[in-house]
Structure formats: structure tokens, C-alpha cells
Design a protein around this ligand. Sequence first.
Ligand SMILES: NC(=O)C1=CN([C@@H]2O[C@H](COP(=O)(O)OP(=O)(O)OC[C@H]3O[C@@H](n4cnc5c(N)ncnc54)[C@H](O)[C@@H]3O)[C@@H](O)[C@H]2O)C=CC1
Ligand SMILES: NCC(=O)COP(=O)(O)O
Length: 344
Amino acid sequence: MTRAFSPALALSAGEPAGIGPDVALAAWLRREEHQLPPFFITGDAELLRARAAHLGLAVPVVACTPEDAAAHFATALPVVPTGPAATAAPGRPDASSAPAARAAIDTAVGLVQAGRAAAIVTNPISKAVLYAAGFSFPGHTEYLAHLSGDPAPRPVMMIWSPELAVVPATIHVPLAEVPHLFSRELLVETARITARDLTRRFGIAAPRLAICGLNPHAGEEGTLGLEDEIVTRPAVEALRQEGIDARGPLPADTLFHAAARKTYDVAIGAYHDQVLAPVKALAFDRAVNVTLGLPFVRTSPDHGTAFDIAGTGRADPSSLIEALRLARRLADRDRAASAARLPA
Ligand SMILES: NC(=O)C1=CN([C@@H]2O[C@H](COP(=O)(O)OP(=O)(O)OC[C@H]3O[C@@H](n4cnc5c(N)ncnc54)[C@H](O)[C@@H]3O)[C@@H](O)[C@H]2O)C=CC1
Ligand SMILES: NCC(=O)COP(=O)(O)O
């Protein structure tokens, strides 16, 4: 049986002064050991050559088209050039960082939308650097939704690992704004998208969702805050009426120990640190950030730019490796599902 052609994965280069180049080079060097699917970087080939030389890594870098990337992958790291040169030194972002980082994302999205990349994997950006250059989106998650369509779909951030998968209902917002943004509509919509994508892309037929309360002890029946009676409980009831296996409001402090984790497929929390801290504590080197709700597959390592170790050779590529492997799996499942929907 011949396997239908599927394009390579697009890996956006991320913040040039961060560890994105380091982990991309290190992942490519481990491509056989980890049976990595072919990928190409959208970015600046010169920067990658310079970083390989700086780190003393024997990685040939080849500039090519997305279509030629898979053929080059066995012998060189393929780069699809994006235009803006990135001149920043490791650990020292400069003014070249923002246009280069943004162009890498834009190119990757354009290629996946044109069917020239199977999925997008993003290396970390420095949000502060992009904000200073006028970027008005809190992070990739929201920017990718913006690039996905008009109106933009609601994006959902999931950090996935074999030990634990979590979703924050509010994403990149100041903690003081969380109680105002935490609404029944937000929670229901977030849970629906999560359940749908866990079935469609992860193959979990009836996902079990554990919904955390916002307050300590999930509000202790309203005595420690009313949000869980006004928002969380009715949202869970609405989800159950739709046939979604949701439970809550559950106290977040007792939801992440080993026995509790066996009772659900994903924990949905009210805010970023409530659920990202446990997954990063358990699986920092293996966890993958996946954006749900998009028309294409996007994954990312769970870590940031790590300026403190960029260019030192200490950056661990494991999370990027898992992000590449997961992106391929999810894209293949998407493709198979689309093919099954086609008329014979
Ligand atoms: N997807 C993305 O674009 C993300 C971007 N960021 C951005 O990254 C920047 C720095 O964020 P931080 O909170 O400092 O988190 P960080 O993940 O960059 O670093 C936290 C600590 O973990 C270490 N670390 C991170 N990745 C590592 C790896 N692969 N191997 C070994 N050690 C590693 C770092 O050296 C540092 O000590 C911020 O601007 C943030 O917005 C953060 C998370 C995701
Ligand atoms: N802490 C996770 C994170 O900041 C990832 O953000 P994004 O850039 O993937 O939206």
C-alpha cells in the first residue's frame, strides 16, 4: 500500500536570543534515536549556522523549500528562510528579535494553511520583546487564533504530558482580572473545545474533565468565595446536560496527586498558574503545549526562552522532541479523519 504524501512539520524559530536555536539543533542531532518526523525551521539559516558553530555542533544547515525539506532531513537541518535577519547574541535579545520571531510564525502559519506543512511547532518567543515592538497578542495561542480566521476561533491552551494534561480557562491575563473574566460561558466553551479536540485529535472517545474551583476548597459551599457556586457549578451542570463527562467544582489543591490524576483525562483550571505549575513540576522535560480549537495542529515545548542558558549547551531538547512527535501524531490523525469524511 502506498502512503499518501504528507508534508513535513514547520518549526518556527522563536526568539533568536533564546534556547530555540539550541534545542532545534540538538533535536535534529537526535533525529534517529527518537525517530523524529521530518521538520523544517522557518527562520534565518545564518543564525542557525552561527549557533551551531558557537555550540560546537556538527549540524549542516540547508536553506530549501518546504517541499524539499523531507529529502534533506536525513543529512542536514532544513530551513525555509523567512526574510528578517536575526542578529541577537544568545541570552541578549535585541531589536532584530521581534520581526524575526514574528516572521517565523507568520511563515509557518501560511505554509500550514496552504497545505505545505503538516502542522506547526513553535519555539518559544519572548513576550516582553514582542510587546515592546508593538505586538498586541498575549502569546502564540491568541496570535495563532487571530491568524486562523475571521472571526478568530476561541483558542484553548492545553499542556499535555503522559502524567497530566491541563487547561487554564483564562490564559495570559493578570491575576487580578481572573475573577472578572472567569464566566460560565468561558468555562463551558473551553470545556466543549477541550472535549471535542480530545476526541477528534487524541482519540479519547469520552474524555473525563475535572473542573477546578477558583477558590480554596472550591469555595467551601460559597463561604470562601461565590464564584464556584455562580460560575463553576452551573457550567459543570450545563456540560453534563450536553453529555460531556465533567465533574466539579473540585478543590485544586487535591487534584494533582497520583490517585486523583487517574480519575480524569484533563484538569481544567481557572487560571494559568493554578494548573501549569503542577504539570511543569511533574513533567517539565516531557510536557507539550498544544493549542486546541484551531483549524490546524499546533504544539510547542512547555518551556520559555531560557535566556540564562542560551548558547551554553545546557538546554534540554526533550520537550521540543515530544512536541515534534505529538504534532506528527495529531496531524496524521487529522488527515486520516478528513480522508474518512471524503466521499468514496
Ligand atoms: N511558548 C512560548 O513562546 C513561551 C514563552 N515563554 C517566555 O519565555 C520567557 C522566559 O520565561 P520563564 O518564565 O523564565 O521560563 P523558562 O522556561 O524560559 O525558564 C525557566 C527556567 O527553566 C530553565 N529551562 C527552561 N527550558 C529549559 C530547557 N529546555 N533545558 C534546561 N533548562 C531549561 C531555564 O534555564 C530557567 O532557569 C518569557 O518571556 C516568557 O514569556 C514562556 C513559556 C512559553
Ligand atoms: N506558559 C505557557 C505559555 O506562556 C505559552 O504561551 P503561548 O506563547 O504558547 O501562547
